[in-house]
Ligand binder design. Sequence first.
Ligand code: SF4
Ligand code: SF4
Length: 326
Amino acid sequence: MKNQEKISHPFTPNPEQMALWPEISGNTINGLGEEKDRRPSPILWHDSDTLEHGAVQNWFWGQGSKEPELMAMRGRRQKVIDQASAPQASIQRTISPEEASQKIKQIALQSGAQLVGIVPTQAEWIFEGYEFDYPWIIVLGVVMDHEQLSTAPEVTAAYEVVDKYIQGWVAARPVADWILSQGWRAKASGGPMAGPVNIIPPALEAGFGELGKHGSIINREYGSSFRISAVFTDLPLQADTADAFGADEFCAQCQICTKACPVEAILDHKVIVRGKEKWYVDFDRCFPYFAETYGCGICIAVCPWSTPGRAPRMAEKMTRKFLADG
Ligand code: SF4
Ligand code: SF4
C-alpha cells in the first residue's frame, strides 16, 4: 500500500508502547525552545540503558521480530558492523591534505557512496557524555531506491533503509582502512546507532545540502533519499564547504510533508532549538508512529526533491530565482 492511501487513517498509538514512554518530553531533551547553544543530548540510537526513551527504543527493535525478512537483514547489517578494521601501520606517512582528500573521495565513491564531503570537527556536534578526539569527519552518503522508499510506512521501506545502512558501512570501511594503512587513526561509523557525533550538522557543513522542513537534509542531486555514514580521523584533510541552493526558501512555501505526515509531527514554522532557529519535527508526535511502522519515512519519500531526476532541475530553478531576486 502506498503512503498516500495510508495517511487518511487516524493513528492511535499502541498502549503497550505508550506505557513505556518516560515523563520527560523528547522535545525537552532535544532542547526545543532553549535559547543557549549546547551540545545535543542522546535521545535515541544510543545504548538503551543510558536513555530516557530506552524502553521505547527497545520496543521499536522488538517490533522487527514480527518481520522475518527485516530480522534477517538486520542480522546481515550487524555482521558488517562487527567486521574488524585493518591494523594501523606503525609508520605514519606524510601526505598533503589535498592528496589525502582526493584519495579518500576516490575510495568512497568506488566503494558505493554517491556523496562524500570532509569537515573539521566542531565540539558542538558531539553528544553530551561522549569524548571525541578526531579532528576530521568524512561524511558519506548512499542513495536510496526511491520506489522502495515510497512504500513507507510499509515494512518494505524499512528493508531499503537497512540495506543502505549496510552500504554505508561497506563504503566507509575501505576509507578508514586506507587511512589506517597510512599510519593515521581512523574509525568507521554508520547507522542505525548514532555514535558520538550528531551527524546531520557535519553533513550540512560538508556540502550535502540544506536542512528541510521534515528534519532531513535536502541534497541538490538526490533530495532526501539517502543515508549517511562517516569516518573519523586525525589525518589532516582539506575541508569542503556548505551548499545552499534555495531548498530552505522552497520549504517555506511548501507543505507537502507537513500534510503527508499522518501524525502532524512536522512543524510548519522554524523554532529555536539549542540556540539555533531551524525546522523541527515534534519527537513526541513522530516517534510513536515511527516505532509502529519500522521507521516510517513517509516525509522523505513524498518530498518533491527526492523524486529521482527532479532535484537538479529544482535547484537550478531556485538558483535562477535567487539571481533574479538579486
Ligand atoms: S516536502 Fe516540501 S516542505 Fe517538506 S522538506 Fe520537502 S520541500 Fe520542504
Ligand atoms: S517519519 Fe515522523 S515526521 Fe516523517 S512522516 Fe513519519 S511520523 Fe511524520
